[in-house]
Structure formats: structure tokens, C-alpha cells
Design a protein around this ligand. Structure first.
Ligand code: PLP
Length: 402
């Protein structure tokens, strides 16, 4: 920002890993008069959303929509299926996994963590090994994050499902897909997930304040015997009201207008194209970081995240000061750092309604900020990202011509 100026010019470069940039089309869809949430127009809107969201989770079972952030849907997943004292196996992929574990403790569960150094995703072999040891089948659920937003590591859901099956263990499988849904391939039914936890403010491109539980038949059966206290989160009342197109309480009508539009936009682009775009932007980001000669927090390419890439700054460089400088000078924001990487890394979000040129703007601002902050790095990161994007568009253009 110029000296002595109270005006910030142009659009903010929102490169936090969610909430992601709100598309104008969704904003406009929400800019509409309030309707009666017990009337027929609402029932039509609700039906559209309740049916539409199933196509995003890839399930034919119901998806429960909460007026709450993702944290609420975490709690809903646990309290609807489990009972006080139940053991749950979780994987310490980073800050958000740690928060989910703390929540499990607070509500009376007994979570056990498989530790990591916060630089990889969940390992199917480690989960299988722990389940094989559990001869008495005391572990009632395996819970992990598809995408750990605090580090940028994606875990292999289908492989973990196979690992649970190979161990012959009956535990429920619960997956947090908050920062991967509608950005990375996700298949609730095919992958045999029992509860998938989603949020609105990332791949679905909505403002924060809405979250989801996609459920399996096994989860619905567990709900019948689960004894943890639940009221607002209870699935049964929601499912009964949803069947007739309504909610047990005043729903977030404007958010539902946004959701219907967000789902429409995702299908217009095509889900596979959405995933390919996220993969392309993530790879371009990694190419830039590697060209800068900086370290990516995710240390094993098989776990690379399509939605967020965390960058480690060299020893002695304060990542919070770097973020503040980049915001001040270039009007760009990155994700903050947590836990063992507090003050040491910044996270580049590349998810939601973002295209190649938007990403390049963000990477250019980052390269300039690295120079201004005197962070030792090589130049040419933006060029490396551009070269990669050109190669991808080149092959796409060639394919189209053939
Ligand atoms: N899980 C993941 C993977 C997240 O990224 C977040 C938030 O960013 C949460 C859970 C918590 O969601 P919320 O902040 O919407 O409550």
C-alpha cells in the first residue's frame, strides 16, 4: 500500500487455504430476498441442495447439512455414532488432526494417535498394523483427514479402507474432507467411508458457516445405539425433516442459495476438470517453490496436496513477519503456521474458484515478497510455474485439435 493512503487498490489475493475466493456468481445467488423456510419454494431449494450435495460426495445415501463450520460437523460425526469411553484411532497429520483428537477427548471418547512428523499423510500400513493388534476390537472408529490443511498432505482414503478390511476390523471409517471436497477426487460410497465430514468454505466456494456429514448405512446403524449426548447435531431429526424438504430449525437459506449455485458451477466445469485444475495449480506452485530453492513441508510427493502447499522458510527467517510484509506490500494473504511449524512456514492456498493467471499473480507477489524480506532464494519461481502451465495448456490445446 502506498504511504499515507487509506485505500487498498484492486482485489485482495486470498491465498489462505480456505475460506477460498467467493465467486461473484455465488455472491449474486445469495443476494436475494429471504423466503419462508416452511414454504414450497424453500422445499424446492432444499431438495436441490440435498440431492446436489450427494453428487459431490459421490454417495446415494443422505448428506446432512449443518448451519455450522467444519468443527461442528466433526462433533456431529463423533456424537452420532459413538458412545462414552469408545476408543478411536486417529492420525496426527498436523494441527487439524490434533484439534479433532482434542475434541474427541473433550466429549468423552478415548482417542489414540498414530504419530507423524507433520510432513506426511496417514499411512495405511500403520493403521492396518494397529488394527491387527486390537484383538478385542475395542477401537470403534478410525478417523483421519483426507487433506491436512495445516501442512498440505493428502492421505490415500481408498488404500486406508483396504487396510482396515485387510485387518478384518469392524471399526467405522470417518474422513475429514473439509479442505479436499470438490477439489480432489472423493468417493464416499466407492471408498466405503462411513462418515465423511465436509465444509462449505473451500472447494464448494461458499462463505464459511455450513458443513456436512455424508453417512453410510453402517453409520446410520451405529447411530441407533450410539450413546454420546446429542441434540443440535442429532442425525435422526434432520433426516426425518429433510425427507420432506425442511430442517428441524431455521436453515441458513442464503447459504443454501449459494450452495445450489456452487454445485451447479462444479458440474458445469465437470468434477474431473475441477480436480485436474487443482492438480495443475498445485504442481505449478511446487515448481515455483522448488525453483526458489525453498523446502515444501510435505516431504513425500505421494502425499502432495492439490489444495495447499506449505513452504518452510530458512532458519532465522520469521514466517509471520514475512506474511505481514507480503500483505502490506502486495495485498496477499497466506495461511498462518501452527504447532511445531509455528513461525517457520507459510501456507499457499490454491483452491476453489482460482485459475492459472490468479495463481501466477499470487506467486509473483510471493517472489517479490521473498526478495523484499531478504529470504535467501533463487529467482525464477514464477517462470518455472509459467513454463509448467504453458506445457499443460499446450498439451490440452493439442488434444483438442486432434
Ligand atoms: N478440518 C480441516 C481439514 C480444516 O481445514 C478445518 C479448517 O480449516 C477444519 C477441520 C475446521 O473447520 P472450521 O474452521 O470450518 O470449523
Amino acid at each position: 500500500m502506498a504511504k499515507n493512503s487509506s485505500r487498498t487498490v484492486g482485489r485482495h489475493f486470498l491465498h489462505i487455504p480456505g475460506p477460498s475466493p467467493l465467486p461473484d456468481r455465488i455472491l449474486r445467488a445469495m443476494d436475494t430476498p429471504i423466503i419462508d423456510h416452511r414454504g414450497p419454494e424453500f422445499a424446492r431449494l432444499a431438495r436441490k441442495c440435498l440431492d446436489g450435495i450427494k453428487t459431490i460426495f459421490k454417495t446415494t445415501n443422505p448428506v446432512i447439512i449443518y448451519t455450522a463450520t467444519g468443527t461442528g460437523a466433526w462433533e456431529a460425526a463423533l456424537v452420532n455414532t459413538l458412545s462414552p469411553g469408545d476408543k478411536v484411532l486417529m492420525v496426527e497429520t498436523g494441527q487439524f488432526a490434533t484439534l479433532w483428537k482434542k475434541m474427541a477427548e473433550k466429549i468423552g471418547l478415548v482417542p489414540e494417535f498414530i504419530a507423524t512428523d507433520w510432513r506426511i499423510g496417514a499411512d495405511p500400513a500403520a493403521i492396518e498394523a494397529r488394527l491387527r493388534e486390537d484383538k478385542k476390537k475395542e477401537i470403534k472408529a478410525v478417523c483421519f483427514l483426507h487433506n491436512e490443511t495445516s501442512t498440505g498432505c493428502l492421505s490415500p482414503v481408498a488404500e486406508i479402507r483396504k487396510a482396515i478390511d485387510k485387518a478384518g476390523h469392524p471399526a467405522l471409517l470417518m474422513v475429514d474432507t473439509i479442505s479436499s471436497l470438490a477439489s480432489a477426487d472423493y468417493r464416499h460410497d466407492e471408498w466405503g467411508v462411513d462418515v465423511s465430514v465436509g465444509g462449505a468454505q473451500k472447494g464448494l466456494m461458499l462463505p464459511p458457516g455450513m458443513s456436512f456429514n455424508a453417512v453410510s448405512d453402517k453409520a446410520l446403524a451405529a447411530n441407533k445405539t450410539s450413546k454420546l449426548t446429542k441434540s443440535f447435531w442429532a442425525w435422526d431429526e434432520m433426516l426425518a425433516m429433510n425427507k420432506i424438504g425442511f430442517f428441524p430449525y431455521t436453515p441458513a437459506t442464503q447459504m443454501l442459495h449459494g450452495l445450489a449455485t456452487g454445485i451447479e458451477m462444479l458440474h458445469e466445469e465437470g468434477l474431473d476438470n475441477v480436480f485436474a485444475r487443482h492438480d495443475r495449480l498445485a504442481e505449478a506452485t511446487r515448481r515455483a517453490i522448488k525453483a526458489w530453492n525453498l523446502d515444501i513441508i510435505c516431504r513425500d510427493p505421494k502425499y502432495y496436496s492439490p489444495t495447499i502447499t506449505a513452504v518452510l522458510l530458512p532458519e532465522g527467517h520469521d514466517a509471520d513477519a514475512f506474511r505481514a510484509l507480503a500483505l502490506e506490500q502486495f495485498n496477499i494473504s497466506y495461511g498462518a503456521s501452527f504447532g511445531r511449524f509455528a513461525g517457520k512456514m507459510f501456507r499457499i492456498g490454491h483452491l476453489g474458484d482460482i485459475n492459472d493467471a490468479m495463481l501466477l499473480g499470487g506467486l509473483a507477489a510471493t517472489e517479490m515478497a521473498l526478495a523484499l524480506a531478504n529470504v535467501p532464494h533463487k529467482k525464477g519461481g514464477v517462470q518455472a510455474a509459467m513454463d509448467y502451465l504453458i506445457s499443460q495448456h499446450g498439451s490440452a490445446a493439442k488434444q483438442a485439435a486432434e
